[in-house]
Ligand binder design. Structure first.
Ligand SMILES: [Cu+2]
Length: 220
């Protein structure tokens, strides 16, 4: 009986040890298989920010596409402090997939509105909110966008999008845009800066005009 027990105990321990080794090996191989698969399938896209509307914003935007998942890593500085900044991935099948330039200012008011920017970067496809929905429907969900507490936006989130949008980003056609410009330099969004937003008249144009842009180019 005693011997049997010991045998069982030893056997049990051996089994456990074998299981642990097998587990480690299984995990190890799963991890390496997983990472090699994702390394092959994931597409890294990245771009430096171009300031728009004299915002002086600088920074970088990265989007790694894996299937329908897009992992975002955004760093922006010199952003208007303490105000929410709508930020999106834009893409349009007929857009130029570029950042807008002065020639996109159709009414020559020396301002690029979101509408002025559309031929360059297309419509909103992903809303880079801090929580909840990330679809185009949340494009102006001002309470769920980063507020740039120290004049900086540091944003990391994985979102899921449609196959078509994921593929467009993976082709290097996605454009990151952060919105919110303080034209009259009073530290907030107000209607005196540039009137009403063409997207939502209840919001000042300062809250929705594009402040910086980055074309997400495929990295090799
Ligand atoms: Cu946008």
């Amino acid at each position: 009986m005693k011997l049997n027990r010991t045998k069982t105990a030893v056997g049990g321990a051996l089994l456990l040890a074998t299981a642990a080794v097998a587990g480690t090996m299984a995990t190890g191989s799963a991890v390496s298989a997983g990472s090699s698969v994702s390394a092959a399938d994931a597409v890294e896209t990245k771009g430096r920010m171009t300031a728009l509307n004299n915002s002086n914003i600088a920074g970088s935007s990265e989007a790694v596409v894996n299937g329908r998942r897009v992992t975002l890593d955004i760093d922006a500085r010199k952003v208007l402090k303490g105000m929410p900044h709508a930020q999106h991935i834009h893409f349009g099948a007929t857009a130029r997939n570029e950042c807008p330039s002065a020639s996109d200012d159709k009414n020559n008011d020396f301002r690029l509105t979101t509408t002025d920017g559309a031929p360059a970067y297309g419509p909103i496809r992903i809303s880079l909110t801090t929580k909840g929905d990330t679809s185009a429907k949340s494009g102006l969900a001002v309470t769920r966008f980063p507020t740039a507490d120290n004049g900086k936006i540091t944003y990391n989130r994985q979102v899921k999008t449609s196959k078509a949008v994921a593929r467009a980003i993976a082709r290097g056609e996605g454009v990151y845009v952060v919105h919110g410009v303080d034209y009259n330099g009073n530290g907030k969004y107000d209607f005196e800066g540039a009137g009403k937003s063409e997207l939502d008249p209840s919001l000042p144009a300062e809250a929705t005009d594009p402040a910086a842009c980055a074309v997400l180019k495929v990295q090799n």
